[in-house]
Design a protein around this ligand. Structure first.
Ligand code: DX5
Ligand code: ZN
Length: 219
């Protein structure tokens, strides 16, 4: 089994120093950079859009994992890929044409994925398995960093790993990851782990990333 990839969410970083944040992530041995785009409509919070992704792209060669929490993502996916996104994920219920949105992302040369909120059952992902590169499970209701993981989501990791068995589709989890619950996620075969507060609020973020990767539960 390949090692779990760590995708720190810059939502928990200092917005006035994003260039430094992505440079640090590389030093700290993170794998991907998770970018949380919120529109104040799909979720009750607003973060940033394409200009931030474009600015990050100028400051890092790391893989940019762009999570769209926006209504009708089909309006913007091409511009996010153009800005430098390597992977674009969106919530299918926010789109009028989820399959068309996936096609748009792929046609631009990026990887595409869907995201399932904690209350959306895994069987919703069934029709998408043959179309996407990744399926992401929310461990919290999206909108804010630093929320508590909803324990029922743990079982969904195993369910999705079973559903995607024999394919190249990766399973990612976003929200509420801590050093304490990460080992169980890895045990269930999780491929990519988003971590906002667990990395950026840690006294030693490099060590926190190492712990998340190796299953150590304390710094
Ligand atoms: C939640 C975001 C997550 C979040 C992760 O709305 O999509 O990416 O910022 O942060 P933590 O790991 O602190 O829950
Ligand atoms: Zn996210």
């Amino acid at each position: 089994m390949a090692d779990v990839l760590i995708a720190p969410s810059i939502l928990s970083a200092d917005f006035a120093a994003m260039g430094d944040a992505v440079k640090n992530l590389k030093k700290w041995n993170a794998d991907w950079v998770h970018c949380d785009v919120m529109d104040g409509e799909f979720v009750p919070n607003i973060t940033f859009g394409m200009p931030m992704v474009e600015a990050l792209r100028r400051n890092t060669d790391m893989f940019l994992d762009v999570h769209l929490m926006i209504v009708k993502p089909e309006r913007y996916v091409e511009r996010f890929v153009k800005a430098g996104a390597d992977l674009v994920t969106f919530h299918p219920e926010a789109s009028e044409d989820p399959f068309g949105t996936i096609e748009k992302i792929k046609a631009m040369g990026a990887k595409a994925g869907i995201v399932l909120n904690p209350d959306i059952p895994c069987n919703v992902a069934k029709d998408f398995v043959s179309k996407v590169d990744l399926i992401m499970l929310m461990g919290v209701f999206p909108g804010f960093g630093g929320q508590k993981f909803i324990p029922e989501v743990m079982e969904k990791i195993s369910e999705l790993k079973e559903m995607t068995k024999g394919t190249d589709v990766l399973v990612e989890l976003d929200g509420g990851v801590t050093l304490e619950n990460a080992p169980e996620m890895v045990k269930r075969g999780l491929d990519v782990m988003v971590a906002g507060n667990a990395v950026f609020k840690a006294a030693d973020p490099a060590r926190a990333i190492e712990c998340l990767k190796t299953g150590k539960t304390s710094l």
